[in-house]
Design a protein around this ligand. Structure first.
Ligand SMILES: [Zn+2]
Length: 208
């Protein structure tokens, strides 16, 4: 999830095999992620790169599917401040075990830069997940921290926040979504990005 004043790009340039945030409509964003079966050095490295990417893009949450990795995990820091390490949390194989109340607020997404819209979600949740030490924890969260977790949790099931907008908000978002889709198709036609089929094959082949 992005802060409501997100930067306008998702491109990241570094080593060829470095993680990067993929934009809508990359097909990985619509796949259901698979449970993490082993917490190893490779996973820890990915998690640390995900935090770096999240901060670089002024995000407050980032799911593995947003970096085209097929694992049920996401990272979050509702402050968005890289200095506030004690606010960082890694959620591996998360489950939302309780949802109460309801609250509507504006959201953004690092896979949909510059698109914002109101989404109604539970106001308070209890989430259980494993941390990087393989320890199960539970958190009782409200308001923004709860929203971040629900938004990222959705990503692990291939759900994007516009899916949850009201019809009126969705209609407002439609032209921007169409722009993303148009840019994607154009880049594929120009050979700048592989076909969806090739991208999905790559996505599903990732192993820890
Ligand atoms: Zn998102």
């Amino acid at each position: 999830m992005s802060a409501t004043t997100a930067p306008d790009t998702v491109s990241v340039s570094s080593a060829a095999d470095a993680l990067k945030i993929v934009p809508h409509p990359h097909p990985a964003l619509r796949r259901k992620a698979q449970p993490v079966t082993e917490i190893n050095a490779a996973l820890r490295r990915h998690v640390s790169e995900m935090f770096e990417l999240m901060y670089a893009h002024e995000g407050i949450g980032l799911a593995a599917t947003q970096v085209a990795r097929p694992w049920r995990l996401f990272v979050a820091n509702p402050t968005g401040d890289a200095e506030e390490k004690d606010q960082e949390q890694v959620f591996i194989n998360p489950e939302i075990v309780r949802r109460t109340g309801s609250e509507t607020a504006e959201e953004g997404c690092l896979s949909l830069p510059q698109l914002f819209g109101d989404v109604r979600r539970a106001q308070r949740i209890v989430v259980e997940a494993f941390d990087l030490n393989g320890k199960l924890f539970a958190m009782d969260l409200e308001d923004l921290p709860a929203r971040v977790v629900l938004h990222e949790f959705d990503h692990l099931d291939g759900v994007m926040f516009p899916d949850r907008m009201t019809p009126a908000e969705k209609a407002k978002a439609a032209p921007k979504l169409a722009d993303f889709e148009h840019a994607w198709t154009k880049a594929q036609k120009n050979g700048e990005i592989p076909s969806n089929r090739a991208l999905l094959k790559e996505f599903e082949a990732f192993k820890l």
